[in-house]
Each structure stands twice: as C-alpha cells, then as structure tokens.
Design a protein around this ligand. Structure first.
Ligand code: BG6
Length: 478
C-alpha cells in the first residue's frame, strides 16, 4: 500500500549512512510499490553537485548496497526520477531558499538529519527560520544521540526549541528489525508464554549481540564511543525493554514507550564486579583493536558483558545477562529465556533434568527454538533428554520471508505514515543515559583497563566467569 505523497529531504545525503542504508532502502520501497508517484527525495549536503551528479551517486549506492531483490536497471531509472539534490550550507545561509522552493504544499514533509549531532541545532534553526518546516513537518535523527546524559539533554532541548516531540523521530534501527518487533508479537500475541514470563518461572535471561566485524574503517568514531555507548545504551537497552516490559494497553507510540521507560527506570545501578569490559587483540589472522584506532594505548572497550537486575514486581531476583562485542568468532544476536527447573523430579536424580530454554534468534537464521524435555528412547528406564522445537522464520513464512523490509525501510516509511511507535522518545533516551553514565564514569575513575580477548574468540574469560560464579553458563555462540 503506497504511503501518502511526500517530500523527504536527507541532510548528509552523500554520507556513509545515506549511501549504505537510507537510499537503497528507499529504492527497495519503490520496487515494492510503496512510493507514490508524487514522492520526492531531495539530497542536501555540502558538496557542490547538481541533480544528475547526485543521481549518479544514488545509482552507484543502490547498485552496491541495494541487495538481493528483483530490481533491475529500469526500476532504478524510474526511482531516480524521484531524486534531486540541493547544495546547502548547514551553518550558513546558502542554498536554503532554493531548497525551500523545491518543497511542495500538501505533501508530508520530512527532514532526515543524517549528519553529526553537532549540526542538529543549526539545521533545526534554519528549517524554521527559512520557513521550510512547519508544525506538521517531521525530523528524523540518528544515533549517537548524545554521548552522555548532559549532551543528550542538550540535543533534546535544542530540538524542542523548534519542534514538538510528536514531530521528532529518533532512530534506533534495532526497533525496525522485523525479528525485534516479533518479540512483541511472541510475547503479547500468544497466551503460552506471558503467564510464565516473570521471576517466579524464569531463572535468567541472556541477551547476546555478537559481531564478527571489527572496528577497522571507523576507528575514529568508535574509539570515542566503545561498546557501551555504541551498542548497550541503545540497541541492547531496547531489546531488554521489549523483553522485560509490561504489556502496553495498545500498540501505540506512547503506550509502548511508557512501558519501555518504566523498565529503564527500574534498572538497578550496576555493581562494577558485574561488568566485564574487553578489547580484542591480534590473533594470527586479524589485527588487534589498537591497530584500528589512532591511539596505540587506547583503553576503549570493544566488548561488554554484564549482569543487570530490574527492581520491579515482575523481575526482582531474575538476572539479565547482556553481552556484545566486535571481532568475535561468530555473528549471533539472540535472546535466551532460561526457565527454572521443575520443582521436583519424579524420575529421580539419575534421569537427569533440563530447564526449558526459549531462544529467539534475531539474526542470522531468524527464528525461535524451545527446548523441551522428553524421554530418551530405549528400554534403559526413564532417562530424560532435551530436544528442540525449532522454527526458522524462513521455513515457516516461505516466500513471504523474502519480502521482509530491512530496518531502515520500515522506519522511513513509518516516518512518512507519522507512526512513532518504533522510535525513541526523548525521555527514554535520557533515562538510558542516566543508567549508563555512572558505569562509564566508574571505569574512568578507576582507570579501568579492558580485559584482552583474541580476535575471533568468544570474548574474555572473565565474561565466562561472570556467569560461572552464579552457577550459570552463556549459550555457545556458534
Ligand atoms: C550500529 C553500531 O548502530 O549497529 C555498529 O554503530 C554495529 O557498531 C551496528 O555494528 C549493528 O547493527 P546490525 O544491524 O548489523 O546488527
């Protein structure tokens, strides 16, 4: 179903994110028939370029990053007819009047800030000052949304000077992932899980986002950030919220965001004994972290594992273990809900016992597995065995699974539709920083140096110990 006709202006349109994600994503929506005939996409950036120059850039970006759909050159030329470019000086006066002249009345108007956060204020001010944006326009902003609470607050108040909260779309692309949205469908669309989804029945929950990529090529950004700011404060926090939150009354922006906010506010401060920071070092095949960043003595973490507790009625006493890192042995994002043992084994100690584990695989091989205990076959008495009820979305959904839009496609279309459900509200981002800041400050105060781990391994040994001490074990990342 096509969305309403729109004018979408992308600031920073020649940058990496625009070329890798935003423009190819829009092209795929065009191929899916979702882009109305009147839609216009206007790139805006510092570079001097005309429409055709920008179209060449878009053509190249789509060919390189467009990926896996049935879209041919003919479709690409059709898409490019929707695309234009305006050279704009974000900090000055140049280009704003001509950009304004391109915008049409009666269209949804959205401005995507795919630029450094230091430019948000200047852009917002000019959009209003030159009369490009009005009270119905939308602005889309990207992470990093601040580097701590103070900077996030400053960004929020700068944006709030020019736009209402209902006009601001803060992207966390994890929320645009189909499998992440599925967490809500699984929890709140089934009767099966929710009655057991609490401290009484759940022993603990593991959230893993393991990546094989290292930080080469983006060391300058990453070294000022580290895994805590780059992944935990936003993506892992969102996963935690969706897993832990109370059922919202409706799948509507503020219902969902209110519940997520309550989870973040109920997080206990993390004891520093419950956090492990790691940094990868070279193995035979891959260089180490410090050769990917400028500072040869950098102590920025490329891995974090931690034990978190949520002080509320549902979760008091159930630990959540989180881990994420770069240059690990495999790419695996999953959530494992480990249920408690049955209270009593009628089969006696020799039969063995297995806790049920529900694993939701976010990527790759998206799907769900539920570990179920059955009898081991054969005449040898009652011995128990753990087997998997295994579902891969690709098998279960068949050809439909191939049409699943990527996170950015989904989110940009939600902006045009005016649906903020999958975007972060300002108070949510601030609450996440309120929880994160003391952890990072603690590391700085104690001068903490990350534990080394081999590139291509599953992280530092201390991360294993974090669970081991509690008599638990991380699931293996294959
Ligand atoms: C980004 C981080 O937000 O998310 C990257 O800055 C990370 O460091 C990426 O690699 C992970 O996203 P995805 O979609 O590949 O899981």
């Amino acid at each position: 179903i096509p969305v309403d006709p729109f004018d979408l202006v992308i600031f920073g349109a020649t940058g990496d994110l625009a070329r890798r994600k935003i423009l190819p994503g829009l092209f795929r929506r065009y191929c899916a028939g979702q882009m109305p005939e009147e839609a216009r996409i206007i790139g805006a950036a510092r570079s001097e370029m005309d429409d055709d120059g920008f179209r060449d850039l878009v053509r190249e970006a789509v060919r390189k990053f467009g990926g896996g759909r049935d879209c041919y050159d003919e479709a690409l030329e059709g898409f490019l007819a929707h695309v234009g470019y305006e050279h704009v000086d974000a900090m000055g006066e140049g280009g704003w009047e001509t950009l304004k002249a391109r915008l049409r009345d009666g269209m949804v108007r959205a401005f995507y800030f795919s630029v450094a956060p230091s430019l948000f204020g200047a852009l917002a001010e000019r959009l209003r000052g030159f009369g490009l944006a009005d009270d119905d326009s939308r602005v889309v902003v990207e992470k990093p949304f601040g580097k701590d609470l103070a900077s996030a607050r400053a960004l929020n108040s700068t944006l709030a000077e020019h736009f209402d909260e209902t006009q601001i779309y803060r992207i966390d692309h994890y929320l645009g992932k189909e499998t992440v949205q599925n967490l809500m469908a699984v929890r709140f669309g089934n009767m099966l899980f929710e009655p057991l989804w609490n401290a009484q029945f759940v022993d603990h929950i593991q959230i893993t986002v393991a990546e094989t990529v290292d930080v080469s090529g983006r060391g300058a950004y990453y070294d000022t950030s580290g895994a805590m700011r780059d992944m935990v404060q936003n993506h892992l926090m969102q996963l935690l919220c969706l897993i832990a939150m109370e059922p919202p009354a409706r799948f509507e922006p503020d219902s969902v965001r209110d519940e997520k906010l309550k989870v973040i506010r109920a997080l206990d401060p993390v004891d520093y004994h419950h956090i492990v920071r790691g940094q990868y070092i070279a193995d035979e095949k891959q260089p180490g972290y410090r050769s990917h960043v400028e500072d040869p003595r950098s102590t920025t973490e490329s891995f974090v594992a931690m034990k978190i507790s949520i002080s509320n009625w549902r979760w008091a006493g159930t630990p959540f273990y989180l881990r994420t890192g770069k240059a690990l042995k495999s790419q695996a994002s999953e959530i494992a809900v480990v249920f408690k043992d049955a209270p009593h084994s009628i089969f006696g100690p020799e039969a063995g016992r297995h806790a049920n584990v529900l694993v939701i695989r976010l990527q790759p091989n998206e799907g769900m597995t539920l570990g179920v205990t059955i009898k081991e076959p054969g005449p040898g008495g009652m011995r128990l065995k753990d087997v998997a009820l295994d579902m891969s979305f690709a098998d279960a959904l068949g050809p439909d699974a191939e049409d699943i839009p990527d996170a950015y496609e989904r989110l940009i279309m939600d902006v045009i539709r005016g649906n903020q459900t999958l975007f972060m509200r300002g108070d949510e981002v601030e609450a996440a920083w309120t929880w994160t800041d003391p952890i990072i400050e603690g590391w700085q105060r104690r001068g903490e140096v990350p534990k080394e781990y081999d590139a291509g391994s599953s992280g530092p040994d201390d991360a294993l110990m974090l669970m081991h001490r509690d008599g638990r074990k991380w699931r293996d990342i294959k």
